[in-house]
Write a protein that binds this ligand. Structure first.
Ligand code: G3H
Ligand code: ZN
Length: 281
């Protein structure tokens, strides 16, 4: 199937799950999970994943795009948590239809200025741009934030003027989730999600969704969340499968054996999250 633009996937459904790719097996698992569920999905590569691949976007992007194009599912490619303008400017050439430009660590006016520039560039190249206001904690290399501290949450009035000033196509909001949680114990602020949906004219994005229970994800989508980002849950599945395999076969050396199991576990995780996000879970 040809790649589908992220904007079209989001416009066509109540909620779409976006999964982070680190290795080829992640991409294959996301495609397989989407095919089994019969649902669309977004494959996203983060700036941190690109750093893991030596700072080179092209090899992992080309592999991910090839897996997506060969799949029978509707899939899009998204570049996630981009801080570097250099990386941002490679998005179009590598087949990404959308980018999350992350200036959330900057003070408000600097965030608006940097994001507006990213949006100008993105729109000139046909790219849908997501940005973050508020602080979804737990990002690699940062001091842990308490996701339940009201100060780090997105303010609806500020969100409305941020969207108007920057021209972003979607807004990532801090509503109680946090990145890199390995237990699904996050409690979302549903009143805040409703207030943001009413205040902001663009789709809302939930980051750190691995730590959010199924029922909370379902309520968030029903209340207006449109893109649900999931990364750590795939890594938990991957690593658990590898640990399990090596515990059973401590002398095994063929990576295909444990990577096959890891890929299968990730595909099952993708399928389950897709059903929850689509409301069929
Ligand atoms: O942008 C990516 C996501 O927010 C993933 O967060 O790894 O906590 O699921 P997670
Ligand atoms: Zn995120």
């Amino acid at each position: 199937m040809p790649l589908v633009p992220t904007a079209s996937l989001i416009a066509a459904s109540g909620g779409v799950a976006a999964f982070n790719v680190i290795t080829l097996e992640h991409a294959e698992a996301i495609a397989a999970g989407a095919e089994s569920a019969g649902l669309p999905a977004i494959l996203q590569l983060s700036e941190n994943a690109v750093k893991f691949h030596g700072g080179r976007l092209a090899p992992i992007a080309a592999a991910t795009a090839a897996v997506a194009r060969l799949s029978s599912a509707d899939l899009s490619l998204h570049l996630d948590h981009v801080v570097s303008p250099d990386l941002l400017h490679q998005a179009h050439a590598e087949g990404f239809s959308s980018v999350m430009y992350d200036a959330s660590k900057l003070p408000y006016t600097d965030n608006v200025r940097a994001t507006s520039e990213a949006v100008r560039w993105g729109h000139a190249h046909g790219i849908w741009v997501e940005a973050e206001l508020g602080r979804v904690g737990g990002k690699a290399g940062e001091t842990p934030l308490d996701a339940h501290t009201p100060g780090v949450r997105t303010d609806p009035a500020e969100a409305a003027s941020y969207v108007a000033s920057t021209g972003v196509d979607a807004l990532a909001v801090a509503v109680g989730s946090s990145h890199a949680m390995t237990e699904r114990t996050a409690v979302l602020d549903h009143a805040l999600i409703g207030a943001l949906r009413d205040a902001v004219p663009v789709p809302l994005v939930l980051h750190g969704s691995s730590g959010v229970p199924d029922a909370e994800i379902g309520r968030a989508v029903a209340a207006g969340m449109r893109k649900i980002n999931i990364g750590t849950a795939l890594n938990t599945a991957f690593t658990g499968a590898v640990r399990g395999y090596l515990a059973e076969d401590a002398r095994g050396v063929d990576p295909r054996r444990y990577l096959a199991r890891a890929r299968e576990e990730m595909a099952g995780t993708v399928e389950r999250f897709l059903r929850v996000v689509s409301g069929a879970g």
